[in-house]
Design a protein around this ligand. Structure first.
Ligand code: E4P
Length: 216
């Protein structure tokens, strides 16, 4: 499973990139709005920094508007993936983008039929939102398993991005259940690096080393 970072913050992207594990970036309108910067400039900046897929979301709700916006975004850099909401118009736009050779990430996926439709329309990626499903008492991880099984049964090439990731168990379970990618906030990526026994182990190694080499 690959790792994307879920942020529009340049410092966070740089920090994730330095870890050597970063395969791409996802943004959404809320994440970009938080930064208070020009949307297109920020997307260009991110696309230059990270060679992998950079998802930039359209704001229009009609297919025509989405296609126009998506073309402008795709022209920024060849690693831009146009993020499109899962709606009837979104599907029409995904079909048009597929014909133009523009990659798409269909976002706000909360059910198997939504994922299936997006894949059939030609989506490069689908983004099921784990955390937001868990928030309303549903099982976000079960959705990942179901989509992965169905895509595999029907030979669909669309990749699954586990999104709305809130904690390390989401990450390990998404990998086990067949997500191709997890898009993760930087704070959760940092949580993934740690284990209390790792800290304890380092402490013990250093204490033993110092006993032999420093105290003698
Ligand atoms: C990524 O593509 C999504 O926009 C993001 O993971 C949503 O996460 P949230 O539910 O924490 O806002």
């Amino acid at each position: 499973m690959k790792f994307f970072v879920d942020t529009a913050n340049i410092n966070e992207i740089k920090e994730a990139n330095e870890l050597g594990i970063l395969d791409g970036v996802t943004t959404n309108p809320s994440l970009v709005a938080k930064e208070g910067v020009d949307f297109h400039e920020r997307i260009a900046e991110i696309a230059k920094l990270v060679p992998g897929s950079v998802s930039a979301e359209v704001i229009s709700l009609d297919a025509e508007g989405m296609i126009e916006e998506g073309k402008t975004l795709a022209a920024i850099s060849e690693n831009i993936t146009v993020k499109v909401p899962m709606t009837v118009d979104g599907l029409k736009a995904v079909k048009a983008f597929a014909e133009l050779g523009i990659k798409t990430n269909v976002t706000l996926i909360f059910s198997v039929p939504q994922a299936l439709l997006a894949a059939r329309a030609g989506a490069t990626y689908v983004s099921p939102f784990l955390g937001r499903l868990d928030d309303i008492g549903h099982d976000g991880l079960q959705l990942i398993s179901d989509i992965a099984d169905i895509f595999s049964t029907h030979g669909l090439p669309t990749q699954i991005i586990a999104a709305s990731v809130r904690h390390p168990v989401h990450v390990s379970e998404a990998a086990k259940r067949g997500a191709h990618i997890a898009t993760i906030p930087l704070n959760v990526i940092k949580q993934l690096t740690g284990h209390p026994l790792t800290d304890k182990g380092i402490e013990k190694f250093l204490a033993d080393w110092n006993k032999e080499n420093v105290e003698k």
